[in-house]
Write a protein that binds this ligand. Structure first.
Ligand code: BES
Ligand code: MN
Ligand code: ZN
Length: 501
């Protein structure tokens, strides 16, 4: 897939553009966008709207061929709704409709002449990202493990955004960033979708190595011995039952001033979560290969910011291992000592995410971070609370943390990769009391996603911290089973915002 920006002006007009297809917007109530008017020499587009062949509702489409006075072979009409200051929701639906239509066209190149500058409260860069992400999402295939690759159907391979000359330079930068983001999202999807016998902790470490080489990141890979020396007793207790070697991955993108405190991302990297001795039920257990999607989102975000050459110091940390039963596995009732010194009674070995994260969260204190965000497929309870629409966002409730939460929520809204804030309070912390250790690793059936966040909170008191529970957003189940690439778009938007100051 090849993307570019093409400029048009009074001399170089849209109707003379050579392309297999031009996508233009139309509104309900039979109104045309400027670009649609420019192609409507014989009134065919107006007639299509008048006759009801296309409603103009957001996401409706109609393909016309061989219009008089139009050099392009096809014109794709795309509905934008009734409002000429198009809502971001309506534009997103239009972008998705374009992406779908493009996969089945007989043409190979297309021009997008949509009203990129007419979206309410958004700029051209936002619109370019919206279309680019929609097209790349539609084109994504996961067939690395199939012996016969899915035949790539016809469809558009080259896409150019049509813009006035004034807007071109900024648009080119937005496009480059959108492509970097798409590449990051694709990496996150690929890692998530890989089977757990391929995507092991070692595989994640090798992926990090490759990224470090490609984008000149600093990298450290800690093995079991080094983790023992660091006294990561909580993390190591999760890996006890597994034959796969645990890996602790540290990636450093120091794009900012050397003295600037880094932003740290910590991703849960359980490459398979069987539940351990607290074994999960069999149905859908295969989906626990996705329990490393937090880690995959950190690697995908690094892919994106590396390609963008982001001017910010960012450190990524991934505790990676399997959670398996065996004669050596941690048992319910075992008490382990975390790197922080806090002792933990493991009442349920299936609450393992917090056990690997707490040691990673202690480890990152050494970076004196400006902020730490952990990303984890942490609790089924988060799916009960928020479904598959929003990731759960948790922070303490003070001024510094409210500001961090607001920045993450805004990045989510900006990128369409949304989160919803949940509470952390002392009353929930009480559910984690243990009779025998400093803290228990589960807080009972009530408010499961909140007590999980409260557990992590105990280990993050030396810096500003936020937790994203992506259990409901990282992958889709059922017929469309597959990783979504979330929350790479949120994280990248968040980091771009921080780099801008
Ligand atoms: N990885 C799971 C959370 C999960 C489950 C995400 C299903 C997405 C779908 C996590 O390690 C886990 O098993 N959590 C337990 C916690 C419980 C034992 C307190 C859960 O959610 O059931
Ligand atoms: Mn689990
Ligand atoms: Zn898990």
């Amino acid at each position: 897939m090849d993307f570019s920006i093409k400029t048009f002006d009074a001399k170089n007009t849209l109707d003379s553009a050579k392309a297999g297809c031009i996508a233009v917007g139309v509104y309900e109530n039979m109104k045309l966008t400027q670009a649609a008017q420019a192609l409507d020499h014989k009134g065919v587009i107006s007639a299509a709207l008048k006759s009801g062949d296309i409603s103009g509702k957001p996401g409706s489409t109609l393909l016309l061929r061989a219009l008089d006075g139009v050099s392009a072979a096809r014109v794709l009409l795309v509905g934008l709704g009734s409002d000429e200051t198009v809502s971001d929701k309506n534009f997103t639906q239009a972008a998705q409709a374009i992406a779908r239509a493009f996969t089945t066209l007989g043409a190979s190149d297309a021009l997008i002449a949509m009203p990129l500058a007419a979206i309410k409260d958004r700029d051209v860069g936002w619109a370019i990202r919206c279309v680019t992400l929609a097209v790349r999402e539609n084109a994504y295939r996961c067939d690395s493990q199939k012996s016969k690759k899915e035949a790539t159907q016809g469809g558009i391979k080259k896409i150019a955004f049509a813009l006035g000359t004034g807007a071109a330079a900024a648009a080119r930068q937005s496009l480059a960033q959108s492509l970097a983001l798409s590449n990051g999202i694709d990496l996150t999807k690929d890692l998530g979708n890989l089977p757990p016998n391929v995507c092991t902790p070692t595989y994640l470490a090798n992926t990090a190595k490759k990224l470090a080489k490609d984008y000149k990141f600093g990298i450290e890979l800690l093995d079991r011995k080094q983790l023992q020396a660091l006294k990561m007793g909580s993390f190591l207790s999760v890996t006890n039952g597994s034959e796969e070697a645990p890996k602790f991955i540290v990636l450093k993108h120091m794009g900012g001033n050397a003295k600037d405190a880094p932003t740290v991302l910590v991703g849960k990297g359980i490459t398979f979560d069987s539940g351990g001795i607290s074994l999960k039920a069999g149905l859908h257990m295969d989906e626990m290969k996705y329990d490393m999607c937090g880690a995959a989102s950190v690697l995908g975000t690094f892919r994106a910011i590396g390609e963008m050459n982001l001017k910010l110091n960012v450190i990524g940390v991934i505790p990676a291992c399997e959670n398996m039963p065996s004669g050596r596995a941690t048992k319910p009732g075992d008490i382990v000592t975390s790197m922080s010194g806090l002792t933990i009674e493991v009442l349920n070995t299936d609450a393992e995410g917090r056990l690997v994260l707490c040691d990673a969260l202690t480890y990152v204190e050494r970076f004196k971070p400006a902020a730490v965000v952990d990303i984890a497929t942490l609790t089924g309870a988060c799916i009960t609370a928020l479904g598959h629409h929003n990731s759960g966002l948790f922070t303490r409730h003070d001024a510094a943390h409210d500001a961090l939460a607001d920045a993450l929520l805004a990045a989510g809204r900006d990128s369409g990769d949304t989160a919803w804030r949940m509470p952390i309070e002392d009353s929930y912390q009480e559910q984690l009391k243990s009779n025998f250790a400093d803290i228990a690793n589960i807080g009972g059936p009530a408010a499961g996603s909140i007590t999980a966040a409260c557990f992590l909170e105990r280990f993050t008191r030396k810096y500003t911290w936020a937790h994203l529970d992506i259990a409901g957003t990282a992958w889709k189940s059922g017929a469309a089973k597959g990783a979504t690439g979330r929350p790479v778009a949120l994280l990248t938007a968040f980091l771009l915002q921080r780099a801008a100051g």
